[in-house]
Design a protein around this ligand. Structure first.
Ligand code: 5GP
Length: 207
């Protein structure tokens, strides 16, 4: 098991409706050390991939994206959500159905922050049906940019997002992939992934 799978088992809980709650290290309180490990692991998995921008969506993707932006030394852009944004001259607008809030959101980025020259790493906390990530891909394409990769902390492999994105040919990396979770028994089974020796990863600055 990797560090994130262990953290999910020790600190997470499963809610009805197929929701994993990890508020105490990602979705409400942020465990900076875990964010840093997620960032290092995603950077390792995208080794050799040229990236000049990180794109995420507010709010929980921002912490991970900021850590990765620091490692790559590139700008981090977060798409904003609104119930009302329409297509206008000053922003790229797409739409995503929110799995957690059960409503349609407009998702937008102001034009100065996405360009045709951008090779973008899309980052988010969760991947479920792929609505949020597809909206981000759409925004990159509207700007004429290229999606260099998609990095996710927790993929819910029982939902269709991961499968669809891989079939579409995107380089998708998810640190923890949930195969099944049982709300009543509070059990989770993760998809087997190649394990890597992280012992030499400089996870923390030593003072
Ligand atoms: P998707 O757009 O892929 O269907 O859903 C991904 C988005 O929904 C993520 O940005 C995340 O905010 C939210 N989400 C989906 N499933 C879960 C979950 O099990 N737990 C939490 N905390 N958020 C989720």
């Amino acid at each position: 098991m990797n560090f994130l799978e262990e953290k999910i088992l020790s600190d997470g809980s499963i809610k009805s409706g197929n929701i994993l709650k990890i508020d105490n290290f990602l979705n409400h309180q942020i465990d900076v050390d875990i964010m840093r490990q997620i960032a290092y692991e995603l950077k390792r998995r995208f080794k050799g991939v040229a990236i000049n921008k990180i794109l995420t969506i507010e709010a929980s993707g921002i912490a991970i994206a900021t850590m990765i932006g620091d490692l790559y030394d590139v700008p981090v852009v977060f798409a904003k959500k609104s119930e009302t944004a329409n297509s206008t001259d000053d922003k790229y607008v797409s739409h995503a159905y929110s799995f957690t809030h059960k409503r349609m959101n407009s998702v937008f980025v102001s034009r100065p922050y996405l360009h045709a020259t951008d090779r973008v790493l899309i980052v988010d906390d969760f991947l479920a049906d792929g609505q949020a990530v597809h909206a981000l891909i759409d925004l990159v394409h509207q700007a004429g940019g290229e999606v260099a990769g998609i990095g996710i902390a927790v993929e819910k492999g029982q939902q269709k997002g991961g499968r669809t994105l891989r079939e579409e040919g995107y380089h998708l990396e998810s640190i923890a992939i949930i195969e099944e979770m049982d709300w009543q028994a509070q059990t989770i089974r993760f998809r087997e992934q190649p394990q890597h020796d992280l012992t030499n990863t400089p996870i923390k600055a030593i003072d």
